[in-house]
Write a protein that binds this ligand. Structure first.
Ligand SMILES: CC(C)(COP(=O)(O)OP(=O)(O)OC[C@H]1O[C@@H](n2cnc3c(N)ncnc32)[C@H](O)[C@@H]1OP(=O)(O)O)[C@@H](O)C(=O)NCCC(=O)NCCS
Length: 443
């Protein structure tokens, strides 16, 4: 009897499962704070977004959702014939304005809770259904008088009741936080939701802050979406290349959250169905990720880095993990290396050797100093090399490795054969080393 062959569809399903399952383990028990701008709650895509959030919670993410309400508040104020003064970025919240804010935010909160209840029915992973927790988790104080104008019930975040939020997360609940803060004297203040989300993320030592809004991500000044930014790059874009106030504000929140210790900030669009899942469960993501990895610089290597690179790779060459490279070879190829520096020391390096005719390139000599391993330096490095490859029109990258097959596989590389290599590289293949060939198509 012949074995039934898997269909193409089965293969795609298996490939998909292989790609996403490592993320389940990676994200489990991690705290993510997701900010939803007010428009995200109003659009037709919110049902799916709510389901995706519930799915995140159901795979073990400790999930806090902070929402904004700007368009809904503005609409309600217009209906009431109120046009409050704006000072800088802040609206003056007098008593009638605050009454409208309470009404709108209360209704939005009920709506979000209802969507989450609906979302639970669709959650694919069974177990106890996630519950939504609300409460007086945020304390605020008046923003005070700015330029001589009293902002009244417009507030600034004073503190977060971290223990109370953690207790709800420990109980497996999704914590929902509206843009409202309470004062010890029992007053309510309207706070800026994006700032609130950054503060909550930092107070909870969140692994990720995800900002869901009206943009695909951050652009590089020439209209290209940046998939990845270091904190330093994000600061530079903020200063010199931000498209408009909206992008500047997004970068402000991201930079602030990173400075406050949040490892990664993701910016994704509410207009793309499934954007949240694509960002968090695929290697390349879909929006922009800003990483606060603790290195000072990631840049193309210079001749003066050669000593540092040699120091880093020599022990790995000794162990046979990396192929030996002479100083002379390094000198001629130095432009193809990137280095990560910490306090003027090379703590990680990697190279991209192009095969321009085949629109292919080799990712090589990736090394992270032992003291810095497990801190996602490798991740940031390989993503920087792939970004470089894309910028040069490369459509697939490959790696030859004896020790890191699994590491590359988890980063979207598939085992390939020698025939998949450009001929020039195949001819240099060292049969004695018998390295595995790994290949990744760049989207
Ligand atoms: C492989 C290497 C670059 C990873 O650097 P890193 O900064 O520690 O990587 P990240 O922090 O992004 O990823 C760490 C994860 O990869 C895993 N990992 C590290 N080395 C691995 C390997 N050789 N095989 C499989 N997984 C590996 C870690 O266990 C960790 O897993 P976790 O997230 O489940 O805890 C680093 O270990 C290194 O320099 N190794 C020696 C050189 C080498 O093998 N280079 C690759 C050939 S070019």
């Amino acid at each position: 009897m012949t074995e039934p062959h898997p269909t193409l569809q089965d293969d795609a399903a298996v490939a998909w499962l292989r790609q996403v399952t490592p993320y389940f383990r990676k994200h489990r028990n991690k705290t993510f704070v997701v900010y939803l701008d007010g428009a995200a709650l109003a659009g037709p895509g919110f049902g799916n977004l709510a389901r995706d959030l519930v799915l995140l919670a159901s795979v073990g993410v400790r999930l806090v959702v902070v929402f904004g309400a700007r368009p809904q508040i503005e609409q309600r104020l217009a209906e009431l014939g109120l046009s409050p003064r704006v000072v800088g970025e802040l609206r003056v919240s007098d008593a009638p304005t605050m009454a409208a804010v309470r009404e709108v935010v209360g209704a939005l909160r009920l709506g979000v809770e209802a969507s989450f209840s609906f979302g639970m029915r669709g959650a694919a992973f069974g177990g106890d259904p996630a519950r939504v927790a609300g409460g007086n988790f945020v304390f605020a104080r008046p923003a005070g008088i700015i330029d001589g104008v009293d902002l009244m019930f417009t507030g600034l975040v004073r503190s977060i009741d971290r223990d109370a939020i953690e207790a709800r997360l420990d109980a497996g609940e999704i914590v929902l936080i509206p843009p409202i803060g309470y004062s010890p004297t029992g007053e309510l203040f309207n706070v800026k939701a994006k700032d609130l989300a950054a503060t909550v993320a930092s107070e909870l030592n969140a692994t990720k802050l995800v900002l869901v809004g009206g943009r695909d991500g951050i652009e590089d000044g020439q209209g290209r979406l940046c998939r990845q930014l270091t904190l330093r790059e994000a600061r530079e874009l903020r200063e010199h290349k931000a498209r408009d106030d909206g992008e500047r504000e997004l970068l402000d929140s991201a930079v602030r959250a990173c400075q406050l210790g949040v490892e990664r900030v993701h910016i994704v669009s509410r207009f793309v169905d499934g954007a949240l899942l694509r960002e968090l469960f695929t290697r390349d993501g879909i929006g922009t990720m800003i990483s606060s990895a603790p290195f000072d610089q990631l840049r193309t290597a210079k001749i003066e880095d050669i000593g540092g690179i040699l120091e880093l790779i020599a022990p790995l060459e000794e162990q046979g993990v990396l192929v030996k490279r002479s100083r002379e070879k390094l000198e001629t190829e130095i432009d193809e290396f990137v280095v990560m520096l910490r306090e003027n020391t090379v703590v990680a390096c990697g190279a991209l050797h192009p095969y321009a005719e085949q629109r292919s390139a080799e990712v090589a000599c990736i090394a992270v100093h032992p003291e810095y391993r497990g801190g996602q330096f490798g991740d940031v490095l390989i993503e920087a090399l792939e970004r470089r490859a894309r910028e040069h029109g490369v459509t697939s990258v490959f790696a030859l490795t004896t020790q890191a097959v699994q590491w590359f596989s988890e980063r979207g590389y598939a085992v390939a054969t020698l025939d998949d290599l450009p001929v020039a590289r195949r001819e240099l293949y060292n049969y004695q080393r018998n390295s595995a060939v790994l290949l990744k198509k760049l989207g």
